[in-house]
Design a protein around this ligand. Structure first.
Ligand SMILES: [Ca+2]
Ligand SMILES: [Ca+2]
Length: 91
C-alpha cells in the first residue's frame, strides 16, 4: 500500500502462533515471529480441545456478541456456531 504499510489476506492455518514474512521486490525480507495466532474453531476457551467446556461457554452466550464462541464470525453466538463446535468435538 505504501513504503510503510501493506495489506494481506492470511490463508487457513493450523491453530497456534504464526510468523509473517514480507519479501520486497528487491528480495530483501523481514520476519515477524508470532505475528498472530490462529484459534481453533470450536475451542471457545482456547485450550486446544473442543469439548463440554466449550459447549457450556457457547450455551451461556447464546444470542450474544461474544467473539470467543462466535466461530463463524457473524457477530452473534447461535446454532451455526454450535454446528461448527459439534463438528470439531474432541473426546
Ligand atoms: Ca476448549
Ligand atoms: Ca456466529
Amino acid at each position: 500500500m505504501s513504503s510503510t504499510s501493506l495489506r494481506a489476506t492470511a490463508p487457513a492455518g493450523i491453530a497456534g502462533a504464526t510468523s509473517v514474512v514480507v519479501t520486497n521486490p528487491d528480495a530483501q525480507k523481514a520476519t515477524l515471529a508470532s505475528a498472530y495466532t490462529y484459534l481453533a474453531l470450536g475451542d471457545a476457551n482456547n485450550d486446544g480441545r473442543v469439548n463440554a467446556i466449550d459447549l457450556s461457554i457457547l450455551i451461556s452466550h447464546d444470542g450474544q456478541n461474544y467473539s470467543p464462541a462466535d466461530f463463524n464470525g457473524d457477530g452473534i453466538v447461535g446454532s451455526a456456531d454450535l454446528a461448527i463446535l459439534l463438528g470439531r468435538w474432541t473426546w
